[in-house]
Design a protein around this ligand. Structure first.
Ligand code: COI
Length: 356
């Protein structure tokens, strides 16, 4: 599928809102830059992409996305180094996953030129919005929605691909407390758990609300059949440290193949940390906790990067994890190593960063 991105139309806004923007006071994903990229799919092909001022989109009330949730997205970040160069982190991984999600949701795949080169063109227009310094990034949200009108329950023939950008610091403002799912499920075999589908997230809202009412921030999902295996945490993949070994569940039809997850495993192994990618049972972490061997639990994802978990609730009991400082916490050590690569402050042994 060849797509010519050089035809892209660029229509810039009259006046940037950047001067009115407070880069120090950022609520994750709340505010967006001056421009967005859009591209429509119709008559069996992707049309000419456009960069235009960030603005509302008009859709038919009967558009399939509103009725059947035919929608997918990605999460990526751009970083600026001390030379003012802008870098993406493993963008091809997101591109490939986006297309896998598209196929699972009966949506058209995207040509690489549209996703990657379109994004680079947009980032070049928005260079000023990428701030340098550790902890700063520009969160990138590519998404696709079904736009064809008509409430017949069948896939749309028309779609909108769009990229919006939001200056970001961290997703969570500290450690999180989690509840281990004993009844609700995020995904099941044969379902859409491995896709970055909008519905995977809305399905979590209600059980997460219940967890929040009980005093927890997030839910750690367990397998839908037995609720005995630990799988994924809210917006993140999840790692458990028993003594000196980091354990995370294998990706599957139910678990998202997270870019941060796989980068941490590869980088961590390179740095000498021991990982096991295998099923991990709730019972195993409770026994490890009781023996004093459960040292840490943390989540990993693009938005959150690495987020320490303070403790977890299971079976009506709360288990508070040890308070490890920067030197002792594998979560914080790995976060530091990864974010230094992303920010071009350390060597990039796997050539993950891509200059735009
Ligand atoms: C990301 O980490 O980029 C995600 O997609 C999670 C999101 C729901 C905030």
């Amino acid at each position: 599928m060849k797509y010519d991105i050089s035809n892209i139309k660029i229509n810039k806004c009259q006046k940037s809102k950047i001067d009115t923007f407070d880069f120090e006071d950022l609520k994750f994903g709340a505010k967006f830059t001056d421009h967005m990229l859009i591209c429509n799919y119709k008559d069996g092909q992707w049309q000419t992409a456009e960069i235009l001022p960030y603005s509302p989109i008009q859709l038919e009330p009967s558009a399939r996305v509103f009725h059947y949730g035919q929608a997918i997205f990605e999460g990526m970040k751009a970083y600026k180094d001390s030379n003012d160069d802008i870098w993406l982190f493993r963008p091809e991984e997101n591109y490939e996953r986006f297309n896998k999600s598209a196929t699972r949701l009966a949506m058209p795949t995207l040509p690489k030129e549209l996703f990657i080169d379109g994004l680079k063109t947009l980032l070049n227009v928005e260079r000023e919005w990428v701030r340098k310094g550790m902890g700063n990034s520009l969160y990138i949200r590519p998404f696709m929605i079904a736009t064809e009108g008509g409430v017949v329950a069948s896939p749309s023939n028309e779609f909108l691909f769009c990229i919006i950008l939001s200056p970001a610091k961290s997703y969570y403002s500290g450690k999180v407390k989690v509840q281990i799912a004993e009844h609700f499920s995020r995904a099941a075999n044969g379902g859409i758990g491995a896709a970055k589908a909008a519905g995977n997230y809305s399905a979590q809202f209600y059980p997460t609300q219940l967890a929040q009412q009980a005093g927890y921030n997030q839910v750690i999902w367990t397998d839908s059949a037995t609720h005995t295996k630990l799988e994924e945490a809210g917006t993140m993949n999840v790692f458990f440290r028993i003594n000196d070994t980091l354990i995370t569940a294998p990706t599957s039809e139910r678990i998202l193949d997270g870019v941060t997850r796989k980068s941490l495993i590869k980088l961590g192994e390179h740095l000498g940390y021991k990982f096991e990618v295998r099923h991990i049972l709730v019972q195993e972490i409770i026994e490890a906790f009781e023996k004093g061997e459960l040292k840490e639990i943390f989540g990993a994802g693009t938005a959150a990067v690495v987020n320490q978990i303070e403790g977890f609730e299971y079976g009506g009991k709360y288990y508070e994890l040890p308070h490890l400082d920067d030197e002792k916490s594998y979560a914080l050590q790995l976060k530091d190593a990864l974010t230094k690569i992303q920010n071009k402050l350390a060597d990039d042994p796997f050539e993950w960063t891509v200059k735009i």
